[in-house]
Ligand binder design. Structure first.
Ligand code: GLA
Length: 389
């Protein structure tokens, strides 16, 4: 694919590409809807991701092209940019907007993007394109941001330019991911450890429900608001900054402060899920996949019943997994409302699993899912040194 991308670049811009960069997508093993509540998450980078090939132009113009989408944009160097509609190039444009507003000196660029993350599948195609763009600009123009700053500014772009109040997990995972490692990330302090993914004779399966995620962004922002309301209620008596500052035991003593029944359900999910991540980390370190799997199922159940971000498609996948003894655990991953589930499947049984889950899902939902055996890969980076920059 890499070589093809270089010839595609030549075809598109009639010149050779200089550098090529890649940023992966991510899955989250456990710890869902936790990052914006300051708790613990356990994401991994995957080998699907976003490539960008670039060359400087001397025309003071950014030319955005994609092999995935028809829409394209040519826009001159300005001191700020506006989001335009729902198009894909808002993500790199938002990153450029951030860089110029911070006073970084950029030059015109021809950019060709290609991604193999299924779009809108909950595998963080948006964080991937934001981080790869930020990494590219930083590298080409020597802006001097650390990798953590690139993560933080990419999240800011998603929050402000795009308008989704996401936490930091996705941008962090796609930047700092490591091959065969899961990241234990504290979303409050941003301290993290890359731990062996320790799956033994199991592989990570990704099951894309292929359900388009309509209204996902507004429902996501609604959950963020509900968590703020829960925190505010608890702060009447507790000196805390985040919902995840307390565990389930403490929560039981103070939950009466939350009078709204829906808000109470949301907070219960968050605080119990954060406790599950701690247990999951211990289970992983002890290579106890059965316990890890049990926690995954419990996480899904909570996302379905308390946080209400699952749906019949994701539930159908998990329902099937519960019947298959070769699956250690399964759950939805990412924001929910469609998108992907993950499952830990005995490697030797992966093909049978793939066929059986496809048959079950199709008979229940009416169309097929896509099933992948995922490889846990590295975070963002340069793929190829400059040819003619
Ligand atoms: C999306 C957001 C993340 C995180 C997850 C849910 O992927 O971008 O910040 O909140 O949902 O865990």
């Amino acid at each position: 694919m890499k070589n093809n991308l270089f010839s595609e670049f030549k075809k598109t811009f009639n010149k050779e590409a200089g550098n090529a960069y890649f940023s992966p997508g991510r899955v989250n093993l456990i710890g869902e809807h936790i990052d914006y509540n300051g708790g613990l998450v356990m994401p991994c980078a995957i080998t699907f991701g976003t490539y960008v090939l670039v060359a400087l132009n001397n025309e003071g113009v950014f030319r955005f092209r994609s092999l995935n989408f028809e829409e394209q944009l040519d826009i001159s160097l300005q001191t700020s940019y506006e989001r335009s509609g729902e198009t894909w190039f808002n993500y790199p444009l938002g990153v450029i907007d951030y860089f110029v507003k911070q006073g970084n000196k950029l030059q015109g660029l021809d950019l060709l993007f290609y991604g193999n993350i299924p779009i809108g599948s909950g595998l963080s195609s948006s964080a991937s394109i934001e981080v790869v763009t930020a990494y590219t600009l930083n590298d080409l123009f020597g802006c001097g941001y650390s990798k953590l700053e690139l993560v933080q500014l990419s999240k800011e772009v998603e929050n402000v330019f795009i308008g989704v109040n996401c936490g930091i997990m996705d941008q962090f995972a796609v930047a700092f991911g490591e091959k065969d490692k899961a990241l234990m990330l504290n979303c409050d302090t941003l301290e993290y450890k890359a731990v062996d993914s320790n799956l033994g004779d199991h592989v990570l399966a990704i099951i894309n429900t292929n359900k388009p995620r309509k209204l996902a962004e507004s429902k996501y922002n609604e959950r963020v608001q509900e968590c703020h309301a829960a925190l505010k209620a608890l702060q009447q008596e507790l000196d805390i900054q985040n919902l995840c500052d307390i565990d389930s035991g403490t929560f039981k003593q103070y939950q009466h402060l939350i009078t709204d029944a829906i808000v109470l359900k949301r907070a219960t999910h968050v605080i119990e899920e954060n406790d599950r991540v701690k247990l999951a980390a211990e289970a992983l370190a002890a290579s106890n996949l059965a316990e890890f799997g049990r926690l995954m199922y419990a996480s899904h159940d909570s996302l379905k019943n308390l946080y209400e971000v699952s749906g019949k498609e994701l539930d159908a996948v998990v329902e099937y997994c519960l019947t298959n003894p070769n699956v250690a655990g399964a759950r939805m991953t990412g924001a929910g409302f469609g998108g992907c589930a993950i499952a830990l499947v005995k490697e030797s049984e992966f093909d049978n699993f793939s066929k059986a889950v496809t048959a079950y899902y199709t008979s229940k939902i009416g169309y097929a899912p896509s099933v992948y055996s995922s490889l846990i890969g590295d975070g963002v980076g340069l793929l190829k040194e400059a040819i003619n920059l």
